[in-house]
Design a protein around this ligand. Structure first.
Ligand code: ADP
Ligand code: ADP
Length: 234
């Protein structure tokens, strides 16, 4: 199945008795191993869409399938399990524990999943090696550069062997050169390991690094450079 399939997905919020339509009918298909950037002005619905793709939230209308599973048919616990087994998250401000070693930061998601300590440490070291930080296992984020911290965060996103990495403004706190190094890393992980990457950015030169650009405006897809509509499936 595709990593993600959305058919006429809507998401409305109730705010003080007013209905805010954040997504107004989004249809898209993101294949296994794709590399896509979601672009659009502030308030256009990018975060809402990312939360839906990340199984952190549910649509209020339409159909959303993640890894072939219709999220409407899943309990909250099943949705959390789908998230934990398939999806890794990367954030603008890294969200690392500043005084905990890189190794322990990366191992943390496995602890929540009950993986034994020795295996956690082995897999965390391996994930840090995949992002070029094999020599930084014992360093703490507080001692690292922004680019290194984002690489630790990417290792943490990868440690559970996700099929999809969702990155919300992953270069937003980095200078231009370091931002492009992080994009080099995401592109390499995508190409070599086949993990699908979907990122949100408002920087045009970062968006151009992805193979596909999905432009959102007012809760709708305004332009998709590689539109694979749900009914084109297969
Ligand atoms: P973007 O990430 O592109 O800035 P968002 O997805 O955050 O856009 O927001 C889309 C629209 O939905 C905006 O009008 C925003 O104010 C509204 N919105 C987002 N989250 C909520 C919420 N939790 N409650 C009410 N309105 C929200
Ligand atoms: P940044 O400042 O780095 O962009 P944010 O705090 O804006 O970070 O991003 C965190 C976003 O991730 C929030 O919008 C939050 O709703 C969402 N989120 C909440 N819980 C989780 C989770 N378990 N995994 C991933 N994202 C989450």
């Amino acid at each position: 199945p595709p990593a993600v399939e959305a058919i006429d997905v809507t998401r409305a919020y109730e705010l003080d008795g007013t209905r805010v339509q954040a997504l107004r009918g989004v249809s898209l298909r993101i294949g296994e191993g794709e590399f896509a950037a979601i672009v659009g002005p502030s308030g256009s619905g990018k975060s809402t869409l990312m939360h839906l793709l990340g199984c952190l939230d549910r649509p209020t209308g339409g159909t959303l399938r993640i890894g072939g599973r219709d999220v409407a048919a899943l309990s909250d616990a099943e949705l959390a399990e789908l998230r934990n087994s398939r999806i890794g998250f990367v954030f603008q401000s890294f969200h690392l524990l500043p005084r905990t070693s890189a190794l322990d930061n990366v191992a943390l998601p496995l602890a929540y999943r009950g993986v034994p300590r020795g295996e956690r440490r082995r897999r965390a070291a391996e994930a840090l090696a995949r992002v070029g930080l094999a020599h930084r296992l014992d360093h703490r984020p507080a001692q690292m550069s922004g680019g290194e911290q984002q690489r630790v965060a990417i290792a943490r996103a990868l440690v559970g062997e996700p099929r999809l990495v969702l990155a919300d403004e992953p270069t937003g706190n980095l200078d231009t050169a370091t931002g492009h190094e992080v994009m080099d890393l995401l592109a390499r992980l995508n190409a070599e390991q086949g993990v699908a990457v979907v990122l949100v950015t408002h920087e045009a030169d970062i968006a151009e690094r992805a193979r596909r650009q999905i432009h959102i405006r007012d809760g709708r897809i305004e332009r998709d450079t590689c539109p694979t509509r749900p009914h084109d499936a297969q």
